[in-house]
Each structure stands twice: as C-alpha cells, then as structure tokens.
Design a protein around this ligand. Structure first.
Ligand code: DP6
Length: 338
C-alpha cells in the first residue's frame, strides 16, 4: 500500500516505536479554501492536480485526544458519544489509524470534540484528521516538523493538510509520485480586518461526498483541463491581492474560483449540483449589495451553504442583511500566524 509506504518514509526509525506518553491531545482549526482543491492525481495518497490556498477559522475546529487501548478494537467518541465502529465516520478513522498500528494488537481510544456548527458545510474531516495527526505526534513523541505532519494529515483527507496552521495556508501540489513534496505551508501574511460569515442554507447531509464529486469531475468533465489553468492564475492573483490588501481583487478571484468549480460539476456525467434555489437567492443578494457599493463576496464548497467574505467596517450591514450562523474574525490578533 502506497499510504503505508509514505508513513514509513516519514517516520523512518520512529516507525514502530512505542508511545512515549499516556495520551496525546491537540486542536486543529477548520480551513476554508479561497482557491479550491478539486481533483486528484493519486487517489490513495490524496495527491492533488493543483495547488490550493486557504484561510483558517481560528477557534472553530476539532480537539482530539488519543491513547493506547488494551482491548479488541478501537474506541471512538465524538462529542461525548460512543460511535459504533461500523459507521462511516468510524470506518474512515479506523482505516487511517491502521497506518499507525505497528502491531496488529495495538488499538486506540480516540476522543474527539468539535465546536463546528453542525451541518454548516465546514469540512470537519479537515480539522479532524489534522487534530488526530497532531495528537498522534504527541502520543508517540515523534516531534515531527509540521510539514511532515501535513503529509500525514493529507493521507486522511486532502484538505486536512492545510488545517495545521492558523491564517493563510498554501498547499503545494508537488510532482513526486510518492507525495513527499505535496504538503501545506503557512503564509507570513495577515489581514486584520478580514471577516467571514457563514450563511446556512441547509444542514442536511450532502447526497454526494466531495471525494466522489471531485473524482467524477476529473474523469467525466470535458472542461476539466481548464481548471488547472484557472487555478494557476487565481493563486497568483490571491497572493497579490493579500500582499496589496486589495479586498475587491481578493473577493473577485475567490468568488470566481468557487463558481468555476461548481460550473465544472455541472459538466460532469451525471451532473452534480450542490447549489439550491436558496443558494442562488443569496448569491443574488450578495451581487445586489455589491452593486450598491458594499464590499462583500462569497465562496461555496461541496454543499449549498455560502461563506461570505467582508471587511470589519461592514459587519453591521452584513449582519442585518444576511442570516449568519457564525461571524468569524479571521485574524483575531496581529501576532505572526504560524
Ligand atoms: C470543496 O479534502 O474533503 O472543500 O481529499 O477526498 O478527503 P478528500 O477531499 P476533501 O475535499 C475538499 C474539497 C473542497 C475544496 C477545498 O477544501 O479545497
């Protein structure tokens, strides 16, 4: 298995070392892609076709504790509830833990709590796998650099490799077949006035996972070859916009990037449509407000909910116009984001 080989390569001599501590515990934030990851060049290793760029939602995320369990199987608790090991959630986690089960007898007890609003379309798998990898690092006492931990988190879920830091983060696609050059990195840039609001359209579970949707796009869309070109342009523009603190440029590129991803999904066979009539009504509201002079833009992930980007000065107006389930200050202090 390629994933196990990658884990062995990263851990080197540490592979199969015994835990140094009784428990490992860590927090990882949710991240929202400003330039999306949509398409893999390697499904097993979650290697992306393009680089991507995100911003973390500080304080919203997952806290995970892990310890060794002397039992027959793993025990998983989510938000203080035991999770049956045959559920989809547990199976995905157990499959990932298998990479770190150095003897078949070793089992884990995993306790996870998340303060992510349920159903808000905030990929909890990203903060979940990132927190789990950080917790494993503490339990075993590996002391790995974050870049290596980013590679390990990527094996759980691609976007998880970006959830190890606060602030702006770039995931380098890399070109190596083993994925050793495909990791995320924090960007030394901040934007103290940048805000994000979550506009909830539906809390129902999505009918098709981003994993399946992204693969169908790559294999069936005749337009997919335009995506890497768009991303290349958008990544440059996003970094330039942040450097210049040019909010309109940032918003335009971020919104267009999300719309292009959703447009691609409409060109798959069979088509994928996460957008609902309510999503469209909200998009039109954003566009109307913008026409009237307010700087507000949206991004959308694999679901119908919108995330609004705006500046602190417009917070009262945005709150009055939209029914936001959360309003997040993306850079709550101006300390260097690492
Ligand atoms: C639309 O990271 O959930 O949120 O690697 O298959 O686990 P897997 O996919 P995942 O996909 C995220 C898709 C996205 C865009 C993004 O976060 O970049």
């Amino acid at each position: 298995m390629k994933a196990i080989a990658a884990v062995k390569q990263i851990l080197g001599n540490l592979y199969s070392s015994l835990p140094q501590h009784k428990i490992g515990s860590a927090f990882a934030p949710v991240n929202i892609a400003l330039c999306k990851y949509w398409g893999k060049r390697d499904i097993e290793l979650n290697l992306p076709i393009t680089s991507s760029f995100s911003v973390a939602l500080p304080e919203l995320g997952t806290r995970t504790s892990i310890s060794i369990l002397h039992g027959e199987h793993d025990r998983i608790q989510l938000n203080n509830q035991d999770i049956a090991i045959n559920t989809q959630f547990a199976e995905r986690l157990i499959e990932f833990l298998d990479f770190f089960r150095f003897t078949s007898k070793i089992h884990f007890s995993v306790t996870t709590t998340s303060n992510i609003p349920i159903g808000a379309g905030l990929a909890s798998s990203a903060s979940g796998f990132a927190a789990l990898v950080l917790a494993l690092d503490k339990l075993f006492g590996w002391g790995l650099p974050k870049q290596q931990l980013s590679i390990l988190a990527r094996l759980g879920s691609g976007s998880a490799c970006r959830s190890l830091w606060n602030g702006f983060v770039k995931w380098h696609a890399g070109t190596a077949a083993d994925g050793m050059d495909s990791f995320a990195e924090p960007m030394a840039m901040i934007w103290p006035d940048l805000m994000l609001g979550i506009c909830m359209v539906s809390t129902a579970e999505k009918k098709i996972s981003s994993r399946t949707a992204m693969q169908r796009t790559v294999t069936t869309s005749k337009y997919y070859n335009m995506w890497p070109e768009q991303v290349m342009h958008d990544l440059v523009a996003i970094e330039a916009a942040i450097n210049k603190q040019d909010f309109n440029l940032l918003g335009e590129v971020v919104e267009a990037n999300a719309l292009a991803m959703h447009a691609l999904m409409l060109t798959t066979q069979p088509p994928i449509l996460y957008t609902t009539a309510t999503t469209i009504t909200l998009m039109e509201k954003v566009w109307q407000l913008r026409k009237a002079g307010t700087q507000v833009y949206f991004t959308q992930d694999a679901g119908p909910n919108l995330k609004l980007l705006f500046l602190r000065k417009d917070i009262a107006l945005i709150k009055k116009t939209f029914n936001l389930s959360s309003v997040i200050t993306l850079f709550p202090s101006d300390e260097y984001y690492e």
